[in-house]
Structures are given as structure tokens and as C-alpha cells.
Design a binder for this molecule. Structure first.
Ligand code: EPZ
Length: 433
């Protein structure tokens, strides 16, 4: 078992380079296996454990996926020959449901475990399933699996009930090889969707409208491999921006697409930080004390739910009260951990009211979900004294070299291996009760 040990209080200074976007890499790695000619070579793939898991799932389906010496990921889908995705891997990550779109498109058959609820609440896949069904798949839900089959998928007009990143991507993947035209209405507009569309078009697909709420996909007969570079991770970039804000720091965040960060940057400026934008970098210098902010999370181009937690952490030290409404997921469980560090946060249904305190104090805390992990790390960096962060396997799912990047900015943060308390019965042997 590992933990992060942080001694907080250092203002962070310097430059940090952002990795490739996890939420772009995952669907693109799956989509790469649509090709029956050649292989795809993917650059800027982040080295996090979710990427490792999706590669293992693809391998279990017969796909070849491997990293070369330059860190580029090669995916060759020609050997895809199995349609049953293994539960022990799929259960680790909701994004593995993208395999359903791949398998239906390539093999006309898919058996994929349904993702369960998770630490950010109930996360159904009913929109995905309705979309596949409208494209002609016969679907049954049995023993926790979605079992789907079709002779071929047919293009359709599908209205997505609410903006859903996963549904939009899964149906895009499925529709590329379908017969006829698929129109996705009320599609999500996140930059990761545009990245997927660029990749698919590079493979020979015909996808138009990505980045707007109507996406049109004309099905093609075959797809081929292509080289592609994953976009920078806007959530990692935002996390370092809030790390600068909360620690009273001055950080230049490099390798970003400024346009993708529009809404977080507006809020960072509102909090009193000075923002200097370059072409592919942004400098965030913090004031002595942050101003409080009110906001609600919403689909892109609104403020992303994946930055709600780092933002709340920063507002814990603002000079006043902030009101933050979470509209996408049930994502406030981690505030109990921030309270243990001295934060004053009240949550009523989807809204958190954060009254800024003059200081946070270090404490042992447990990561509840990926972005909560990032929030606890930056809170620990600003807190007085020692913070211990447990549950690092969750942070490792989505951040590459996280503590190393903070260390280079002047943070006192180390990863320690601790002894796991596995032999609990051995320990109590001989103790009288
Ligand atoms: C993606 O999740 C991201 N995950 C999430 O990032 C991100 O928070 C989310 O989009 C919103 O931006 C990946 O890209 C791998 P949705 P996704 O479908 O696709 C409801 C992280 O930390 N809904 O856009 O699962 C759903 O419950 C993760 O990196 C249905 O009701 O999110 C939610 O309220 C966490 N039925 C809303 O739609 C469905 O079939 C939006 O979810 C699908 C979704």
C-alpha cells in the first residue's frame, strides 16, 4: 500500500508540462481497433493505469496493443476475434464500455459487463444501450452483462436525452462502420469528442459536426490505421492552475490548448489570480488571498465537473463564501476529507457552500474518487503541517507522474510504501479480549 506524504505551505513556482488527455486517449485506443488494415500509432498517450487497463481489455479481445521505445502506443485491430469483455478488467473502469461500440461495429456481437455505480454516484449506460438498439442491435441484459448482436448496424437519427460524453463517443465508434448515415442530436461537445472525430476521420471515417450538438456519421466499409497525437489534458492543466491559486504560487502550465480552458480561466481570474495566456501555455499567479467564486458545473463549454473538486479545495482558503453547484454527478463525498483538514463546507443536495478559512491543517485523508484525489493533494500542499493521502491507486488511474510534477514546482511531497495490514488475524492472536 502506498501513500503520499506532504508537508504543505510552499508556494509553488515554475513550469509544468501537461500530459495527453486520459479521457481522449481511452476512446481513441478502443476506436483504433476498428481498423482492419494497418495499425495506428498513438502519441502523447498518458502513462496512467486506466490506459493500461484498456490495453489489457483490448488484448483479451485479440487486439494487439503495445508501447514502443519512444512511448508511442501501437494498436492493431486486425486480429480482433473475441466479443466477450472480461468482468475483472471492465469493472475497474467505466470507459471500458466503449468496447461495446467497437465489438458491435466489427463483429456484430458484444458481451460487455454493465458498469456498476461508483464513487461519484449512479452512472447508468441506458442512453448507450438505447442508441445501439435504435441502430438495429438486439439487446438483452443478463447476469450483469449487456449481450448485443446484429447482422449489421444501421444508421439512424438518435436524440441523446442529455449531453453525454460517453454516449456520444460510443455511438460515434459504432456508427463509423454502420450501413447508412447516423445523426446524433444533442451530442456532447467536449474537446475529447472532437479529438476522437479527427482520429476516426484519419482512419477513413466520415464524421462531421463534432464540437457542435449535431454529429453526422456516414458509415464506410473499412477503416485503416493512422498516426495521431492525443490532445493535452485540460483537467490536469486546470488542476495545476488551481494548485498555483491555492498555494499562493506562480505556475506556467505548458502544452495546453487555451481554448479548452476558457471557462476555468474565467473563474481563475475571478478568484483574483493574474492570468497570462501564451499560444500553448498559460501562467497563473496567485494573489495574497483568493476571492470567493460562485459557479455551477455544466457540459462543455461550461465549467467541467472534473475540476469542481480542485476548485472547491482552492475556495476553502478564499476570503469569503463560495457557492458551488454540481449538476453532472453526485460528487461531494470528498468534502468530509477536506473538513478533516479544517475546511468549512456545508453541502445541501447538489450545492456546496464553502466559507473560506484562514488556514487548513494537514491530516491523514482518503481519496474517494480520481478528481477528489487531485483536490486533496492541492489542499495538502497549501495546508499547515503533514498530510498523508491514502488510496493512491485511484489517483494513479488518471495522472502521470503527479507527485514528481509537483516536486519540480517546489512541493514537499513523497510517495511512501506502507505495510499493508493484511494479516489482521495474525496480529490479534494471543490478545485477550
Ligand atoms: C465522462 O464520463 C468522463 N469520463 C468523466 O470523467 C466526466 O466527468 C464526464 O464525462 C462529464 O464530462 C470519461 O471520459 C472516461 P456522461 P461519462 O455520459 O461519459 C448521465 C474523470 O474523472 N447519463 O457525459 O460517463 C450521467 O449519469 C471522469 O475523468 C445517463 O443518465 O459521463 C451524467 O449525469 C469522471 N445515462 C450525465 O449523463 C447514460 O447512459 C453525463 O454523463 C449516460 C449518461
Amino acid at each position: 500500500m502506498a501513500r503520499l506524504v506532504i508537508y504543505g505551505g510552499n508556494a509553488l513556482h515554475g513550469e509544468v508540462t501537461i500530459s495527453g488527455a486520459k479521457n481522449s486517449a481511452l476512446p481513441i485506443i478502443v476506436a483504433a481497433a476498428l481498423a482492419t488494415e494497418g495499425e495506428s500509432v498513438l502519441d502523447n498517450i498518458p502513462h496512467d493505469s486506466d490506459v493500461g487497463t484498456i490495453c489489457l481489455i483490448l488484448r483479451s479481445l485479440g487486439v494487439k496493443a503495445w508501447f514502443d521505445q519512444e512511448g508511442k502506443l501501437h494498436v492493431n485491430g486486425q486480429t480482433l476475434n473475441k466479443y466477450q469483455a472480461p468482468y475483472d478488467l471492465v469493472r475497474k473502469m467505466r470507459a471500458s464500455f466503449y468496447c461495446a461500440g467497437l465489438l458491435l461495429a466489427r463483429l456484430g456481437q458484444a458481451e460487455v459487463p454493465l458498469p456498476g455505480g461508483c464513487a461519484i454516484g449512479s452512472r447508468p449506460v441506458d442512453f448507450h444501450i438505447r442508441g445501439f438498439s435504435q441502430m438495429g442491435a438486439e439487446i438483452i441484459i443478463e447476469h450483469g452483462f449487456m449481450k448485443a448482436q446484429c447482422k449489421e448496424l444501421n444508421g439512424t437519427n438518435f436524440y441523446i436525452n442529455r449531453s453525454s460524453v460517453g454516449t456520444t463517443m460510443n455511438l460515434m465508434i459504432a456508427a463509423t462502420l454502420a450501413k447508412g448515415t447516423t445523426v446524433l442530436e444533442s451530442a456532447a461537445k467536449e474537446p475529447e469528442i472532437v479529438d476522437l472525430a479527427i482520429f476516426l476521420n484519419g482512419m477513413g471515417a466520415k464524421v462531421r459536426g463534432a464540437g457542435t450538438d449535431v454529429i453526422r456519421i456516414d458509415g464506410v466499409e473499412t477503416l485503416h490505421g493512422v498516426e495521431h497525437t492525443i490532445i493535452p489534458d485540460r483537467i490536469e492543466a486546470g488542476t495545476f492552475m488551481f494548485a498555483s491559486a491555492i498555494t499562493g504560487g506562480d505556475i506556467t502550465v505548458k502544452n495546453v490548448v487555451i481554448e479548452h480552458l476558457r471557462s476555468p480561466l474565467i473563474k481563475i481570474e475571478e478568484s483574483g489570480c493574474i492570468v497570462e495566456k501564451g499560444t500553448t501555455e498559460v501562467r497563473v499567479s496567485a494573489p495574497k488571498r483568493l476571492q470567493p467564486i460562485d459557479l455551477e458545473t455544466s457540459p462543455y463549454p461550461g465549467f467541467p465537473t472534473d475540476l469542481q473538486q480542485p476548485l472547491v479545495a482552492a475556495m476553502c482558503l478564499a476570503g469569503g463564501a463560495s457557492v458551488i453547484r454540481e449538476n453532472i454527478f453526485d460528487r461531494f463525498r470528498y468534502v468530509d476529507e477536506l473538513r478533516r483538514m479544517g475546511a468549512d463546507i456545508k453541502v445541501e443536495r447538489e450545492t456546496a457552500i464553502i466559507r473560506g478559512v484562514s488556514q487548513l491543517t494537514g491530516a491523514p485523508v482518503e481519496v474517494t474518487d480520481l478528481r477528489a484525489g487531485a483536490a486533496l493533494v492541492i489542499a495538502g500542499l497549501a495546508a499547515q503541517g503533514r498530510t498523508e493521502i491514502y488510496g493512491l491507486d485511484i489517483i494513479d488511474r488518471g495522472y502521470e507522474n503527479f507527485e514528481e510534477k509537483f516536486r519540480r514546482l517546489g512541493a514537499d511531497i513523497v510517495r511512501e510504501e506502507t505495510k499493508a495490514a493484511t494479516d489482521i488475524f495474525g496480529k490479534i492472536q494471543g490478545i485477550n479480549v
